[in-house]
Design a protein around this ligand. Structure first.
Ligand code: PMP
Length: 395
């Protein structure tokens, strides 16, 4: 049997990042590789109580088919949160999705024909790159600095690519760099998009997990023409296994998104939506988020101190004020896939930079996660990593 795959399917079965995560998952290894939240913070008991209540009160409706755009109570709760975060919207702007990954997929499906340009930060979230590739997008990466995407480069990329459909940005504590875009650049990005009449997909899974500095209004706050599609998720503020996210969009888009959502999965898990809505009615989710922030603040601090102590001079790293990741840049032409292998020999792991780049890879780069390991593991793991880097660059 020869399978006649569509152009959307990757040519090869290889899954280099999956392989890295598999190696990193072995019990002897201290892994800073995955983007996993701390499971000890999942509010298991409160979610269990919410689930019991749903089964008692609304069992039949929760187990029935439901609307594609999502549970009205949950959409209402999200609307209030969004309003508090500076996003001017009402419930008719909100659609529930099966995690932000689906929001990215639906948006690419909605707007990208093969050959259309999607502009991204360089580096960026690798599973978004996979989605854009699957729809045949021409992906253009724009350089970043510590303040996010460089606006002059964005302007140039937009001018060079008149077939651009949207800019994809992760403005807060970006995956993989941990960097945050300044308010000024957010406003400039909207101005550039307005002028070129293109959309912005603002992917914000980490914004609520700020543990230092002041909140910055979302890109959508500066959106004067309702062209920003804002995405967020319960994955990092509650639990990723729930598979629930949401989109805030121009109301005119809602009927088409609803049709696309129906053909993708009819609707997101109705029972889970009921449970999360009940959880939010009975608990202050912001209290819960502040617990997450406190733990991640401490883990990031411990990781930073260990890095300062153990990494050789000349290694650069980002200083995130939230989220889950630190981005490391080792000087010289280091192949971080080779460095990864050395690290595995030292029983420590990270994700090499390569898969996060849409095109030319910056050598010597890799991503560290600080949310998923204990403070003691962080101290030991970073010491091992420092030793492996020294061994590789020969100091
Ligand atoms: N966008 C970014 C930037 C992410 O880092 C992730 C998950 N790590 C997602 C989207 C997908 O999240 P979800 O679990 O909501 O599908």
């Amino acid at each position: 049997m020869s399978f006649q795959f569509s152009n959307r399917v990757p040519k090869s079965d290889s899954d280099p990042v999956g392989d890295i995560l598999k190696v990193a998952g072995s019990p002897d290894i201290i892994s800073f590789a995955g983007g996993l939240p701390a499971p000890e913070l999942f509010p298991v008991e409160a979610l269990k109580q919410a689930a019991d209540k749903v089964f008692d009160k609304n069992g039949r409706s929760a187990l029935q088919y439901a609307s594609a755009i999502g549970n009205p109570d949950l959409r209402n709760q999200i609307t209030q949160r969004m309003n508090r975060q500076g996003i001017n919207c009402d419930v008719d702007n909100i659609m529930i999705t099966t995690g932000s990954q689906q929001s990215i997929d639906l948006t690419a499906k909605m707007f990208v024909n093969p050959g259309d340009t999607v502009i991204v930060e360089k580096p960026t979230y690798l599973c978004a790159l996979d989605v854009f590739k699957s729809y045949g997008a021409h992906i253009v990466g724009v350089e970043m600095d510590d303040d996010g995407m460089k606006m002059a480069d964005l302007q140039q990329a937009v001018a060079d690519n008149p077939n651009t459909k949207f800019i994809y940005t992760i403005p807060n504590f970006q995956n993989p760099t941990g960097r945050t875009m300044t308010a000024e650049r957010r406003q400039q990005m909207v101005e550039i998009a307005n002028k070129a009449d293109i959309m912005i997909m603002e992917d914000d899974p980490y914004g609520a997990i700020r543990f230092a500095g002041d909140d910055i209004e979302p890109v959508k706050y500066y959106d004067t023409e309702d062209r920003v599609i804002y995405l967020s998720t319960f994955s990092k503020i509650l639990a990723p296994g729930l598979r629930l996210g949401w989109m805030v969009m121009n109301k005119d888009l809602m009927p088409k998104y609803s049709l696309m959502k129906q053909s993708a999965d009819v609707h997101s898990d109705n029972l889970t939506q009921y449970i999360v809505a009940q959880f939010m009615a009975d608990n202050d989710i912001d209290d819960h988020i502040s617990k997450i922030r406190n733990v991640y603040r401490q883990r990031e601090k411990v990781m930073m101190a260990a890095i300062e102590k153990s990494f050789p001079a000349g290694v650069h790293y980002s200083h995130p004020q939230g989220g889950l990741f630190i981005w490391v840049e080792v000087p010289g032409d280091i192949d971080t896939i080779e460095l990864f292998k050395t690290c595995v020999g030292h029983n420590v792991a990270f994700v090499p930079g390569e898969p996060f780049y849409p095109d030319k890879v910056t050598p010597g780069t890799f991503r560290l996660n600080f949310s998923n390991m204990s403070e003691d593991q962080i101290k030991v793991g970073i010491k091992r990593l420092g030793d492996a880097i020294k061994e590789t660059i020969g100091v």
